[in-house]
Each structure stands twice: as structure tokens, then as C-alpha cells.
Design a protein around this ligand. Structure first.
Ligand SMILES: [Zn+2]
Length: 263
């Protein structure tokens, strides 16, 4: 070819190639270590996600509500809780919902070693087998570059959220429903809790630390019923894998370490 034979390529072409290369490197980096927060889509589709279960007190009630409205959702389960309630894990999967990994015992990932993080992911995956997908939600939404790379190494897509009505502290179901109805858009990923994982130092980790964590989940269930009854005529409630197929996953640089936030 003539271009190959000429002494040097055109400077404009070199600049163009460099720009393209830089852009594709940024895109590759974003795909590798970015965190999915929502999906850019024209479909009126939403993914509800329920964290910190399964909880024998609440998860069956959530399942019943979802069935009543004929919708699907995603459950990010804690391995330790899943191992105690294998029948409930099976029931969630049998109803067509997706199941993701929320660690074995819910520690903040930036605060523990890489070895411990990988153990947390693997042990949870074992408890969720054969139903768990390679989707990971970091406990408390806390993430460092090192913890993100551990999830990448084990083949997980990291998914956080775009709508967080803070259902773990809101004590009014009507307020909670209003927040959800005001914030849900096509492509939203909504954070709710069908359990509240409790460990000995949860008061050290949960944000905001000064507000007590609210149990039981009555307000969340009230809000969920209201949101589903108002939105199912206009929105499709789908699992995360389904939502991710309906548009372009939007990835953010999501770094959050509560130890830094406290200082
Ligand atoms: Zn959690």
C-alpha cells in the first residue's frame, strides 16, 4: 500500500489515531473499574433491588407483593443469611427474580484486606449457588480501587444504584413512596432493603451513624405496594440482567470509604 511505503504518516492522521486510542483506553478503563449506577434507555423499565436479605420475616412478604403485581426484581443477598435460609433463596430464584452477591457478612470492603474481600465474595457465591449471578453490590456502597479490582478479578459486575430513598431510616411509608415516585425514571436502579444486616459494630459502619437503623420493614412494604400500584401501568419492573440488556449501562467512578468520610 502507498501509505505504508511513504516516509511518515500525515500529522493529522497521527493526532486522530492518538485521540481514538486515548478515548478507547478511557472507555476500557471505565468498563473495567466503573460501577453501574443505572441504564440509559428509552424503555420505561426499572430495576428494584433488595439488599441485606434473605430475611424470613420480610422476604416472603416482598415476594408476595411482587407476585401480586406480576413484577420481577433483584435480591442482593448476604451469604451468611442465605446459608441460614436456603429454601428462601430457592423460592426467590424459582419466582424468576435475580440474585446477586452482597458479601458473606457485610463488612465495609475498603476496610478489610484483599484476601478477606475475595473470601467474602467466594463464600457468598457458594451460599447462593446455583442461583447467584456475577453481580456484586458493595456493602454500604463502600468501594476503593483495590476492592473494585478484586471484584473484577473474580468476574463480577459491580452495581450500585441511582435511587436511594434511605428506607433503612425513613419511618413514614407515605414519605418513602413519595420519594420513590418522584425519583424513578426509565433505567433507574432502586435501592431498597428486605433485611437490615446486623453485625456487632454496625453502628460504626452504617451511614449516617447518628441515626438509628429502622426495623421492622413495614414502611418499606407500604411504600412498595403504593409504588407498584401507581407505576405498574406505566413502568416495566425487571431484573437487573434484563434492565442491562434494555439499554446502555451507565458507569460512574464510585469510590467511597467511610473511614475517610469520617475524618
Ligand atoms: Zn447492605
Amino acid at each position: 500500500m502507498e501509505a505504508a511505503a511513504s516516509a511518515r504518516p500525515h500529522p493529522g492522521l497521527v493526532r486522530l489515531v492518538r485521540r481514538r486510542l486515548a478515548a478507547s483506553l478511557v472507555a476500557a478503563q471505565r468498563r473495567a473499574v466503573g460501577t453501574i449506577t443505572h441504564v440509559a434507555t428509552d424503555s420505561r423499565a426499572v430495576a428494584l433491588t433488595f439488599d441485606d436479605g434473605p430475611d424470613p420475616r420480610t422476604t416472603p412478604r416482598v415476594l408476595q407483593l411482587l407476585e401480586d403485581f406480576g413484577v420481577r426484581a433483584t435480591f442482593f443477598m448476604v451469604g451468611d443469611s442465605a446459608a441460614r435460609a436456603p429454601a428462601l433463596v430457592r423460592e426467590v430464584a424459582a419466582a424468576g427474580h435475580a440474585i446477586g452477591n452482597h458479601s458473606w457478612s457485610h463488612p465495609p470492603f475498603p476496610a478489610i484486606s484483599g484476601r478477606e474481600r475475595r473470601r467474602q465474595l467466594r463464600d457468598c457465591a457458594t451460599a447462593l449457588a446455583p442461583y447467584g449471578l456475577r453481580l456484586f453490590r458493595p456493602p454500604y456502597g463502600e468501594q476503593s480501587l483495590a476492592s473494585r479490582l478484586d471484584a473484577l478479578a473474580l468476574g463480577y459486575r459491580v452495581v450500585t444504584w441511582s435511587v436511594d430513598p434511605r428506607d433503612y431510616k425513613e419511618r413514614d411509608g407515605v414519605v418513602l413512596a413519595a420519594k420513590l415516585l418522584g425519583e424513578i425514571r426509565p433505567g433507574s436502579i432502586v435501592l431498597l432493603h428486605d433485611g437490615i444486616f446486623e453485625d456487632q459494630d454496625r453502628h460504626l459502619h452504617f451511614e449516617p451513624r447518628q441515626a438509628p437503623i429502622h426495623e421492622p420493614r413495614e414502611e418499606m412494604l407500604t411504600a412498595l405496594r403504593q409504588v407498584l400500584s401507581q407505576l405498574t401501568p406505566v413502568f416495566q419492573f425487571v431484573t437487573l440482567p434484563e434492565l442491562l440488556r434494555l439499554g446502555r449501562p451507565v458507569r460512574a467512578k464510585w469510590w467511597y470509604d467511610s473511614r475517610e468520610a469520617r475524618t
